[in-house]
Write a protein that binds this ligand. Structure first.
Ligand SMILES: [Zn+2]
Length: 83
């Protein structure tokens, strides 16, 4: 199996470094050579799958709350029509 090698110095040791690019809205993780700092890749700072799961949970909560409100409004409307 081939292993990743730094294109600049030839070392095979890498590290992840957090960066906040100027004028950027989000942090990123740079995968770089731990010997000379040459970047070999970049990833999102936050795991997008985790963010989607968190948003899905929040959306499910909001849908449940909306359904409760809809049910209560229906009861109020029923009472008002009886009077
Ligand atoms: Zn290097």
């Amino acid at each position: 199996m081939a292993t990743t090698m730094c294109g600049k110095c030839g070392k095979r040791s890498f590290e992840i470094v957090e960066i906040s690019p100027a004028q950027g809205r989000y942090k990123h993780n740079v995968i770089q050579c731990s010997a000379c700092g040459t970047p070999i890749g970049i990833t999102n700072f936050q795991n997008l799958g985790t963010l989607i799961d968190q948003q899905d949970t929040k959306i499910s909560f909001l849908i449940a709350q909306t359904e409760k409100i809809e049910s209560l409004l229906s009861e109020v409307l029923t009472h008002l029509r009886r009077q």
